[in-house]
Design a protein around this ligand. Structure first.
Ligand code: GAL
Length: 338
């Protein structure tokens, strides 16, 4: 049995709570975000369901948020499209990050819940991103659909249309932690057919270099985060030391599996890359609600390569033509090991 309940908090923030006995998952209209995901009594994502209305307004870490219109960094906040150059807000100096300070993570979406007593429940979030909001060309009609099913699978689908050719590269910024009590995530294993890590330059951006092949470097497909963090391989060590962990785009195979001793988390996406950020610095938020230690979560942000427009030019996957509809799908499934 699956059921859903809506709780209205202050400031117009609604919590949409879905329960299928074994697991519970909660979304909110504020940033079309995931607020919590619980397997029995184990919370597997970072968030705050109790004081969501206060917690999410100030939290600078994009917990569970839909991010856009362009998720990754854009070098110097500048790009050229169809011969015209655009200057965006440099909110992560000198770069533009997560669609700027007026990105979709801070907005209230309209929503509709679809529950036909089937094996799934859907929440359809809609909004319009205006050119005036973020200074990219074009107004985008955006629909983000979160679906949760009886097999403990969370699916995110993006549908978008723009009235001018623009950039569109959304993601969800959920932080996972499969350990009890948010014990640091270094014990998690990452497995995929391919694990190509795109190294970052001085400006914290990937470039056109071929990614570092971790499958080749470790000579296996299943790699523990500690192995990455403690590696003496010069290129890898330099990056881990600089960032105090991962903040890197990966090229993966068909599926990415993350596990600890209790759970498997399976991710699939049609986006070209996945940014893994291991929450390396948690000191930025001066608040009683900031109870987070470095490495208390990791993101799996499906998106195209940050700054792709300045690397791949007219072949950048993030270009959305005005006469095309955008669709993308990412799934995360939680499975308890027997
Ligand atoms: C990540 C980004 C990090 C950090 C984080 C938000 O996606 O790559 O550098 O800004 O978001 O705290």
């Amino acid at each position: 049995m699956m059921f859903t309940k809506v709780e209205h908090q202050r400031n117009g923030l609604d919590l949409i709570k879905i329960d299928n006995d074994e697991t519970k998952i909660v979304f909110t209209n504020y940033g079309a975000r995931i607020v919590t995901w619980k397997y029995e009594d184990n919370i597997i994502v970072l968030g705050n369901v109790v004081e969501a209305d206060e917690f999410y307004q100030d939290n600078p870490y994009y917990f569970g948020a839909s991010v856009g219109r362009y998720a990754g960094r854009i070098a110097d906040g500048k790009f050229t499209l169809d011969g015209q150059t655009y200057q965006l807000e440099q909110n992560d100096p000198p770069n533009h990050l997560h669609g700027g300070s007026n990105g979709i993570d801070h907005r209230y979406f309209d929503y509709e819940i679809i529950d036909e007593n089937g094996g799934y429940i859907q929440i359809i979030f809609t909004t319009v991103i205006k050119e005036a909001d973020d200074h990219y060309p074009g107004d985008i009609k955006l629909k983000i659909v979160h679906t949760y099913d009886i097999d403990n699978r969370w699916t995110i689908e993006y549908y978008a249309e723009s009235d001018q050719t623009t950039l569109f590269n959304p993601t969800n910024h959920v932080y996972f932690n499969l350990n009890r009590d948010n014990k640091e995530v270094d014990n998690h294993y990452f497995t995929s057919e391919k694990l190509g890590m795109h190294l970052l330059n001085e400006q914290n951006l990937p470039d056109a270099r071929t990614p570092l092949d971790l499958v080749d470097l470790f000579d296996k497909h299943k790699i523990r985060l500690t192995e990455i963090f403690e590696s003496e391989a010069p290129q890898l060590k330099a990056q881990i030391d600089k960032y105090n962990g991962l903040d890197h785009p990966f090229s993966i195979g068909e599926e990415l599996v993350i596990e600890n001793s209790q759970f498997l988390l399976k991710m699939q996406t049609d986006m070209p890359n996945v940014v893994v950020f291991t929450f390396n610095d948690t000191s930025e938020w001066d608040s009683d609600m900031n109870i987070y230690k470095p490495h208390s979560g990791f993101t799996l942000e499906a998106q195209s390569l940050p700054n792709d427009i300045n690397i791949q030019g007219k072949d950048a996957p993030s270009i959305l033509q005005n006469d095309r509809a955008f669709y993308s799908r990412t799934t995360y499934q939680i499975i308890e090991k027997l």
